[in-house]
Design a protein. Structure first.
Lengths: 247, 90
């Protein structure tokens, strides 16, 4: 049941025909993990908190650095040296006091991932490295938790939504990334991709629209084009192949 | 056989900013070889020393993923190949 305050706060989105009060109540009950509090995690968390997602758990082990500030908009000059999750939680709580923010200052590992995502409805992939993305993808498949992938490089970004057992997973379509430790990126790119991830999360929770499944969406900011590629489940996928073969 | 190729912007430096071109070939491999003749600088990014595509190179034929066995896949006149490099930053 929504309070009078919530009905007023979310009035403009409740007005959306497919959304309504029922959609808002679904968002209020939802529990979302955002893995990564950086370039992708910032816009995703901001818009999910603004939309009224009930519980957001944000996981990141890093501290804010000066070179983060061109794109990680949850963190400001005053936060340099502070843990990213503490910085993010402060901003998100100020943005919407009605949302429960859980800040987890940990490295995601194979050992702790079951605990980190337990009792959560979905996972947003806002990581900055492929091994962690694979850990999350594998855990999402094993625990049957929808997984919302995003990645960026320079002016280019991509997004894909994964419903375990039903659609291609990240491992089906990604066998590795371009080598390198430090990648170029301008803030507007993760802003766009993080917002696409947040849009997918909201649609999934509310149960409306058509999800970005079995489709890899690539955004090219330099030519300002979005291109969609068809992807399919890989029967030999080491993460979800057993589910494909079991069909 | 004229095949349109859409080249990842991550290869801009090697192609002098050219994003689309036409190549000839009956298979993806032949098309990519023709592409390398046009832009020799892309070869080290696409192929390893054995001439196999690197793990981070994805080829799409008419926007459908061609994995696995991409290089041997046949193409037809008017098809569109897309070269996509996997990225992982956040």
């Amino acid at each position: 049941m929504l309070t009078k305050h919530e009905l007023e706060r979310y009035d403009r989105q409740i007005m959306i025909e497919e959304f309504g009060e029922e959609g808002q109540e679904k968002l209020k009950r939802a529990r979302v993990v955002i893995a990564g509090g950086g370039g992708l995690g910032s816009p995703a968390a901001i818009y999910l908190a603004a939309a009224g997602v009930g519980t957001i758990r944000i996981i990141d082990r890093d501290r804010v650095q000066l070179s983060n500030l061109n794109r990680q908009v949850l963190h400001w000059d005053k936060d340099i040296g502070r843990s990213k999750v503490a910085s993010a939680a402060e901003k998100l709580r100020n943005l919407n006091q009605g949302v429960k923010i859980e800040a987890i200052n940990e490295t995601i590992t194979e050992a702790n991932i079951p605990q980190l995502v337990a009792e959560f409805d979905l996972i947003v992939d806002a990581m900055d490295n492929l091994p962690s993305r694979y850990l999350l993808n594998k855990a999402a498949v094993e625990k049957n938790i929808p997984f919302f992938h995003g990645a960026v490089y320079g002016f280019e970004g991509r997004a894909m939504t994964i419903i375990p057992g039903q659609t291609a997973c990240l491992r089906c379509v990604c066998r590795g990334v371009i080598p390198g430790e430090k990648f170029p990126v301008i803030g507007v790119t993760p802003a766009i991709i993080g917002c696409i991830q947040a849009t997918e999360v909201i649609k999934y929770i509310v149960g409306i629209g058509e999800l970005l499944t079995d489709r890899l969406l690539i955004y090219d900011g330099l030519s300002m084009q979005f291109t969609e590629f068809k992807v399919k489940k890989d029967p030999d996928c080491e993460h979800c192949g057993h589910l494909v073969k079991g069909e | 056989m004229a095949i349109k190729v859409d080249i990842s912007p991550l290869l801009n430096r090697a192609t002098n900013g050219v994003r689309t071109t036409e190549v000839n070939g009956d298979t993806v491999g032949q098309c990519l070889n023709h592409l390398v003749k046009q832009f020799p600088g892309i070869e080290p990014t696409l192929f390893d020393k054995e001439g196999e595509l690197y793990y981070y190179v994805d080829i799409y034929i008419n926007r459908e993923n061609a994995y696995p066995g991409e290089l041997a896949k046949p193409v037809n006149d008017g098809d569109e190949l897309s070269i996509v490099l996997a990225i992982g930053a956040g």
